[in-house]
Design a protein around this ligand. Sequence first.
Ligand SMILES: NC(=O)c1ccc[n+]([C@@H]2O[C@H](COP(=O)([O-])OP(=O)(O)OC[C@H]3O[C@@H](n4cnc5c(N)ncnc54)[C@H](OP(=O)(O)O)[C@@H]3O)[C@@H](O)[C@H]2O)c1
Length: 339
Amino acid sequence: MKAIVYRDNGGPDVLRLVDRDLPVPGPGEVRVRVTVSGVNPTDWQARSGAGHPKHFPEVTPHLDGAGTIDAVGEGVEQSRAGQRVWLFMAAAGRPTGTAAEFTVVPAEQAVPLPDEAGFDVGAALGVPALTAHRALTVAEDGPRRLRPGALDGKVVLAAGGAGAVGHAVIQLARWAGATVISTVSSPEKARLATAAGAHHVVNYREGDPAAGIRRIVPDGVDIVAEVALGANIALDLAVLRPRGTIATYANDGGKPVELNVLQNMVLNTRLQFLVLYTAGPEARTAAAQDVAAAVRDGALPVGEEHGLPLTRFPLGRTADAHRAVESGTVGKVVVDIAS
Ligand SMILES: NC(=O)c1ccc[n+]([C@@H]2O[C@H](COP(=O)([O-])OP(=O)(O)OC[C@H]3O[C@@H](n4cnc5c(N)ncnc54)[C@H](OP(=O)(O)O)[C@@H]3O)[C@@H](O)[C@H]2O)c1
């Protein structure tokens, strides 16, 4: 089979297209013929080595993807062969990600993809949707699980709603019944966040965004899903309601976080940090189940008309796909494995 591999950490040029033997699924595993591989910032960060120690001599990158199960290991129901699936955490703790014609994952990390959902939807779920789920389920007063109605009466602020995770936050929060506000940096990104389902968008680079958000929700925001904590903590606290939650999954821009302890005490702020790798199996399993339900409801579409433009590369140009993600391409970058 064709696979992308790297042996040394470094820039995109360390990625090579090679031929490798078909992987064999072990007990509890499935082998998936990958159709579309989804690329996330964590994939190029792992390749570059920054903050991600490499545990295997050779690595095929990419956590997310979608395809069809073509072989099952011992203990997995034979009836799963032929099932369309989306994958999450494929390359986490294993050397075999989705940038290959076939990959092997634990059976529970291959989630059935309904016929109505295309492989592009499946490849865009993993990291963004599971992260968004975690951000929306860590508030003191719940909910712990998402379903229609779970966030009724709640206000969610999706920071940077034109980003891949921000997009998933908007879609999942909207599906679960929240009023969704998104910050954006341009009219074009406002259009995307609105297409994703945000009820309100606020350009954080114009005027007084906190006042703008307070005009929309005078009682404040229940949950902030934050992508740039250092840059936005003052804004978040200015709009958070007492006992509200700031769930932060990144500090894009790298601005150091300055905490006003008294302000946070008075607000009874819950400040939740999160990273998918260490969220724990229970949280990831719950997230995968709820995301699967949202997919079945048709709540997580992709494409420009749904706020997530797709940029595609063939497998042989995976290095360019990494360059695209690294340079901040708006929307989702995917790699086509099979036509
Ligand atoms: N913790 C986890 O488990 C986890 C999971 C997934 C991703 N991440 C991390 O999360 C970050 C985003 O990932 P992604 O895939 O969503 O990337 P992406 O598609 O490139 O989106 C990033 C978004 O952040 C926005 N942004 C940057 N600075 C902002 C600010 N000060 N205020 C509001 N929005 C801001 C950008 O919009 P503008 O440029 O228009 O501001 C952009 O829309 C990356 O650092 C990634 O590594 C972490």
